[in-house]
Design a protein around this ligand. Structure first.
Ligand code: 13P
Ligand code: ZN
Length: 452
C-alpha cells in the first residue's frame, strides 16, 4: 500500500492542516511525528528505500526498530497537504536504538525536522510513562500561550493553576499539568534534553516565547491537548485585557472536587499546596512591580530583582495589570474613586484565586457576598455608567468641502546597499560569522547521506 493512501498518513496531514488553519504555524514553525504501529509499517514497507544510518546523540532502546512519520525541517504546514512527499518522510530506528535512517519521502534536499532529537527522546520517555500507548509528538507556535509566557512568572505550577482556573475542560485534558522550561535555542540538544526530562511528568511542555510541545496516544489527543491549552491561555489573556475586575475563576477547591469525582489524580500531583516551582536554568528575571494595594509612586520603575524559588520576590511577581479607570465623557458626573485599602502583595496562590478585595474589588462567592453586594462594593469608577443619549442633532447637511488633491509621492529609491552583505568582524575568526545571503535552503542540520 502507498504511504499517502493509508489512514495514518491522511490523519497526520489533517492534523498539520488543522494546526495551520488555527494560525499556529507561521512560516516553517512547528513540527510533528507519529510512531507507526507494526501493522501500519508492514503495510507500507515495500515502498521504502533506505538511506545510510545516522548516529543519534543518545541511545533510545525503546524505539529500536520503530518507524516514524515526521515533518521535514523547514516545511511549511500550510503546504504539507499539497506537497507531502517533500514536506514529510518516514524514518526508521536501528535495532540498538542509537541510529536512524530515512526510508520514505523527504524528496530532494528535505530531511527530518531540526527538532528530531527532541521528538525521539520524548517518544522514548512518553512510551515509558504510558506503557507504550503514546504515539504522537506535536510542536506548534500558538500566540496566546506565547503571550502568556511574557506576563506570568516562569513557574510551571503557577502556569498550570492559571490554565486550569479558566475552563473546566483543562483539568481533564492535562491532569498532570504543564511543565515550563526556561528559554532555549530551538533545535538544540539542550532543549531536547530539558523537554524530555519534563515529559517524564507531563504530556505538555511549554517553551516560553516559542511554543508548545505535547504528546498523545493519538493524533486527536495530542492536537486536543494543544488546543485546550491555547484556548485557556486565550481566555486568561482576554480577561486581563478587559481591564475589568477578575470576579470569578474555578477555585482550587473546585478543581480538586472534579479530580476526586473523576479520578484525575490532581490531589496527589502536588501542584496545589506547594511553593512556586522554579523552572530549570532559571536564575533571574525582571519582575513586574508587585501588585501592591497601595497606589504605586509614579516614578517607581521596577528594578530587575533576584527571584529565587520560594523567595518573597518570586511570590510577589504577578502578571495582573492594575486596571485603568474606564474613560468617561463627563468627569463631573462621576464620583471620585474611593481610596484603595492597603494590604499585602498577592502571592502565587492568590494569583490563581485572586483576593480581589485586596485590590479594592469584592471577592464574589464568599459566605455572604451576593452579586448586588459585590457590585455595590466595587469602586465607582469601575461600575458601568448610566448611558446618556446624545441630543438629536439638526439634520442640516454640511457644506461640501473642496477636495484636496495629494501630489503623487515618488517611490522610495532602491537602497544601493540591498541586499545587505554583513562584513566579517575582526577578532572573531573561527567563531560564527554572518554569512552572505545564499540561495540554498537554511535548514541543514544533518548531512544527507547517499541513498543505498
Ligand atoms: P523545523 O522547520 O526544523 O521543524 O523547525 C521549526 C520549529 O518550530 C523549530 O522549533
Ligand atoms: Zn518551534
Amino acid at each position: 500500500m502507498k504511504v499517502l493512501d493509508t489512514g495514518f498518513a491522511r490523519e497526520f496531514i489533517r492534523l498539520c492542516n488543522d494546526g495551520w488553519q488555527f494560525g499556529w504555524h507561521e512560516s516553517n514553525g512547528g513540527n510533528a511525528s507519529y510512531r507507526l504501529r507494526k501493522s501500519e509499517a508492514n503495510e507500507v514497507r515495500s515502498g521504502f528505500s533506505a538511506h545510510g544510518w545516522q548516529r543519534l546523540e543518545v541511545e533510545l532502546p525503546r524505539l529500536a526498530g520503530e518507524c516514524f512519520l515526521i515533518t521535514a525541517a523547514g516545511s511549511h504546514f500550510r503546504s504539507i497537504a499539497h506537497d507531502p512527499k517533500h514536506s514529510l518522510g518516514i524514518i526508521e530506528i536501528d535495532r540498538s536504538g542509537s541510529a536512524w535512517r530515512e526510508c520514505w519521502g523527504f524528496k530532494g534536499d528535505a530531511q527530518p525536522t531540526s527538532e528530531l532529537l527532541a521528538h525521539l527522546i520524548c517518544h522514548e520517555v512518553r512510551m515509558a510513562a504510558t506503557e507504550g500507548k503514546s504515539r504522537v509528538i506535536y510542536h506548534c507556535h500558538p500566540a496566546d500561550l506565547a503571550a502568556m509566557t511574557n506576563i506570568v512568572p516562569p513557574d510551571g505550577a503557577l502556569f498550570t493553576r492559571l490554565l486550569w482556573a479558566q475552563v473546566s475542560e483543562c483539568a481533564f485534558v492535562f491532569p498532570e499539568g504543564v511543565q515550563l522550561l526556561s528559554w532555549e535555542v530551538p533545535g538544540s540538544v539542550a532543549l531536547a534534553r530539558k523537554t524530555a526530562a519534563a515529559m517524564e511528568r507531563t504530556s505538555a511542555v511549554i517553551w516560553p516565547h516559542h511554543g508548545l510541545f505535547v504528546a498523545g496516544a493519538t493524533l486527536d489527543e495530542a492536537f486536543g491537548r494543544a488546543q485546550t491549552i491555547e484556548k485557556a491561555a486565550g481566555i486568561y489573556l482576554k480577561t486581563c485585557m478587559t481591564g475589568r475586575p477578575y470576579l470569578s475563576a474555578i477555585s482550587e477547591e473546585d478543581i480538586l472536587r472534579m479530580s476526586r469525582e473523576y479520578g484525575l489524580g490532581i490531589e496527589e500531583s502536588g501542584i496545589f499546596g506547594r511553593p512556586a516551582m522554579r523552572p530549570e536554568g532559571f536564575q533571574q528575571m525582571s519582575a513586574p512591580a508587585p501588585v501592591s494595594v497601595a497606589p504605586a509612586p509614579v516614578e517607581a520603575a521596577p528594578a530587575p530583582i533576584e527571584v529565587n524559588e520560594g523567595s518573597e520576590a518570586f511570590e510577589a511577581a504577578v502578571p495582573i495589570p492594575e486596571p485603568e479607570p474606564a474613560p468617561v465623557s463627563d468627569p463631573a458626573s462621576v464620583p471620585e474613586q474611593e481610596p484603595i485599602p492597603s494590604g499585602e502583595p498577592l502571592s502565587a496562590q492568590e494569583l490563581v484565586d485572586p483576593p480581589l478585595s485586596a485590590q479594592g474589588f469584592p471577592k464574589l462567592g464568599g459566605p455572604e457576598m451576593t452579586v448586588e453586594a459585590a457590585l455595590e462594593a466595587t469602586p465607582p469608577a469601575f461600575r458601568s455608567q448610566p448611558q446618556v443619549m446624545p441630543e438629536p442633532q439638526s439634520q442640516t447637511m454640511p457644506e461640501p468641502q473642496p477636495q484636496v488633491v495629494q501630489e503623487p509621492q515618488p517611490w522610495p529609491q532602491p537602497d544601493p546597499q540591498f541586499p545587505y552583505q554583513p562584513e566579517p568582524q575582526a577578532g572573531l575568526e573561527g567563531a560564527y560569522q554572518p554569512q552572505p545571503q545564499r540561495e540554498e535552503p537554511v535548514y541543514r542540520y544533518y548531512p544527507k547521506p547517499p541513498r543505498g
